[in-house]
Design a protein around this ligand. Structure first.
Ligand SMILES: *Cc1c(COP(=O)(O)O)cnc(C)c1O
Length: 340
């Protein structure tokens, strides 16, 4: 969304630092919780349409905190094979039985759920998958978890701010409510352009996290100046429909151009547009070639993605212009020619 360099967000960080200082000085439950954190939590509750939210210092810690709080050794966690590492690690930390179902494959999930008799069960999924850019079948997940009396958690790090009306994310885009998905996690480091994360849910969930989530309790609170800047990001996100439409136009333009070039794009309609290049040497020379032409494109390898599915992770931004897409496409074409 181009917010990390937005003048209003930069200004808010400066005024936040003047008002609150730079660091929070302590954990939330000691004296680190400022009025900036409190105001942001209330605004996020309204934004997500949930009773309450809780700020964590990073998304990684939010996922660890939620999963390890809800599940213990007698629990079971069901994870999409392509889930972000922080949810996988949360599952490991909790000691719960870890079951990974095939990517977006509901019969694989149902099979695993039916044969599981754990006390507490949680299905966890990315909203927008971080390395593939596709969207989880949350409607189906909600129906299945409801039927199996299982918690459902969505990590919407790549959906919140970028898709949905007012940037309300993947759940909004799929018309899902808090009843369908009781646990929502979002981060500030991506579309918000700042740093940190939040968990949104029912009063009882948030109260339980405050009492028990060790990654909330035993760490220094997010700098209040960052919370203050994030409040400004949130305001810009809410009124950013025009920027989101612009981004969607760029995504369509890129996909059309890539198809004309015969590029092997993965099936994604989001800002994450991976191009499979499963020869690691070629992948790295493509990345370097693009960098020399002025384009920063991540070369994603194993173990971040399965070996054999190495890729260029092309990431579009609302701060890009149509001409950037045209130039990127011709840079890609020439890079591919030179490295073939
Ligand atoms: C970036 C990301 C995280 C981690 O968030 P941080 O704030 O960077 O720790 C978690 N989940 C997903 C899907 C992400 O993309």
């Amino acid at each position: 969304m181009g917010l990390a360099n937005h003048p209003e967000v930069i200004k808010a960080l400066q005024t936040g630092a003047e008002k609150y200082g730079v660091g929070s000085g302590a954990a939330h439950l000691i004296s680190g919780h400022s009025t900036a954190h409190h105001a942001l939590e209330e605004e996020l509750a309204e934004f997500t349409g949930r009773q309450r939210t809780l700020i964590f210092s990073t998304g990684y810690m939010a996922n660890l905190g939620v999963i390890a709080t809800l599940l213990g050794k007698n629990g079971a966690i069901f994870q999409d094979k392509l889930n972000h590492a922080s949810m996988i690690d949360g599952g490991l930390l909790s000691g719960a039985k870890l079951q990974r179902y095939l990517h977006a494959d509901m019969s694989s999930l149902k099979q695993k759920l039916s044969s599981c008799h754990a006390e507490t069960k949680l299905v966890a999924t990315d909203g927008v998958f971080s390395m593939d850019g596709d969207i989880a079948p949350i409607n189906d997940l909600a129906a299945i978890t409801n039927q199996h009396q299982t918690w459902l958690m969505v990590d919407d790090a790549h959906g919140i701010g970028v898709i949905g009306e007012q940037g309300k994310g993947t759940l909004d885009q799929l018309n899902m409510t808090a009843n369908d998905v009781p646990i929502l996690m979002g981060t500030f480091g991506k579309a918000f352009g700042t740093f940190g994360a939040f968990v949104a849910g029912a009063e009882s969930l948030i109260e339980t996290l405050i009492q028990s989530a060790r990654t909330y309790i035993y760490t220094t609170a997010l700098p209040p100046a960052i919370a203050h800047a994030t409040r400004t990001s949130l305001k810009l996100i809410i009124k950013g429909n025009e920027q989101r439409e612009h981004l969607q136009t760029l995504i369509k333009k890129f996909k059309q151009g890539a198809e004309q070039l015969g590029l092997n794009l993965m099936p994604s309609d989001t800002a994450i547009q991976p191009l499979l290049v499963n020869n690691v040497e070629k992948l790295l020379s493509l990345k370097n070639n693009l960098q020399q032409q002025g384009y920063i494109v991540g070369a994603i390898r194993s173990p971040t993605v399965p070996a054999g599915s190495e890729r260029l992770r092309i990431t579009l931004s609302a701060a890009h212009e149509a001409q950037h897409i045209e130039k990127l496409l011709s840079a890609l074409a020439s890079a591919l020619k030179e490295t073939s």
